[in-house]
Design a protein around this ligand. Structure first.
Ligand code: E4P
Length: 290
């Protein structure tokens, strides 16, 4: 059962339906699931393929991803399933649109994950204009969050998720939770068409802090959700304090949401590095000679 006072929607970050079943059984509810190429590469069936030397062809990989998403969608028919486009630094807007429109035919409850790059933002503008749902990923700055808001203006409530990656900011010594706090404050007076999905959650502390800050959604790995269930699904009290353990604070930036998305400085080294890693993990599953 969902705790009575829980407003935040809880997603599983993973690509193994067995894990989804286990988390659903432990929590008694689950609001959705996020996938990405790195998680796909860790799917037991995909891993077994790779170990046996049977990599997917460049078309079979999409069949595999489709079957997986359909299984997740059947498990969570009222939830949302995030499906990520393949993108590297050279992927064009058109290539992203083609993948996104195809993914949208796979299941009725998809949010299409696009990188928060110039091409990803241009694709998001087109897709939300077509009434499709998107999840903007690899977000590491408030300027990127402002650009997502601007690129998807006019989208319906819940149609746009924004995924700031807090764990990867922590990894380089910055307090990722500050970014969630700053983006929520920036969006508070807005029309609310973008919802904040705290991602790259590594610990129960991250999870509890995201709840305390009032993140619209959180996606967390099975181990964190199972630990939360084991602890009795506690919610942070009024006096909750996050221990940032010496991480450098990320200052709030006074940004207007009124500009065009092209006018925000969206570049971030972690977005570039994340794109490269996702592309490598996707390609590690494919037989490039096929
Ligand atoms: C989810 O949407 C993200 O892709 C995921 O949380 C990234 O997590 P990581 O930084 O642990 O890879």
């Amino acid at each position: 059962m969902r705790p009575d006072n829980l407003k935040t929607r809880i997603f599983l970050d993973g690509a193994d339906p067995e894990e989804t079943r286990q988390v659903m059984a432990s929590l008694g509810f689950l609001d959705g699931q996020t996938t990405n190429p790195s998680l796909l590469a860790k799917n037991p069936e995909a891993e077994a393929h790779k170990v046996a030397g049977n990599k997917f062809s460049s078309t079979a990989i999409y069949d595999f991803y489709k079957t997986l998403c359909q299984e997740l969608s059947a498990l969570l028919p009222k939830g949302s399933i995030s499906i990520e486009v393949y993108a590297d630094a050279g992927t064009t807007v058109e290539e992203m649109l083609t993948q996104a429109r195809t993914f949208d035919t796979w299941i009725p409850n998809a949010h299409i994950k696009l990188p928060t790059t110039a091409a990803g933002l241009a694709a998001a503008a087109v897709l939300t204009g077509e009434g499709r749902r998107v999840n903007m990923t690899l977000v590491f700055s408030q300027a990127q969050a402002a650009a997502v808001y601007a690129a998807t203006r006019g989208a319906g409530p819940g149609d746009v998720f924004l995924s700031p990656f807090i764990g990867r900011l922590d990894d380089r010594g910055e307090n990722g939770m500050d970014l969630i706090k700053n983006i929520l404050a920036m969006y508070a007076p807005s029309d609310g068409h973008v919802q904040v999905l705290t991602a790259s959650v590594r610990s129960m502390e991250h999870f509890m802090c995201a709840l305390a800050l009032g993140s619209d959604l959180i996606t967390a790995p099975a181990k964190v959700l199972l630990a939360w269930a084991e602890a009795g699904k506690p919610l942070p009290g009024k006096n909750y304090v996050y221990n940032a353990k010496g991480l450098t604070p990320i200052p709030d930036e006074a940004l207007t949401l009124a500009k065009s998305w092209q006018d925000y400085p969206i570049g971030h080294p972690l977005t570039d590095a994340g794109l490269t890693k996702f592309a490598a993990d996707w390609n590690s599953l494919i037989d490039m000679t096929s």
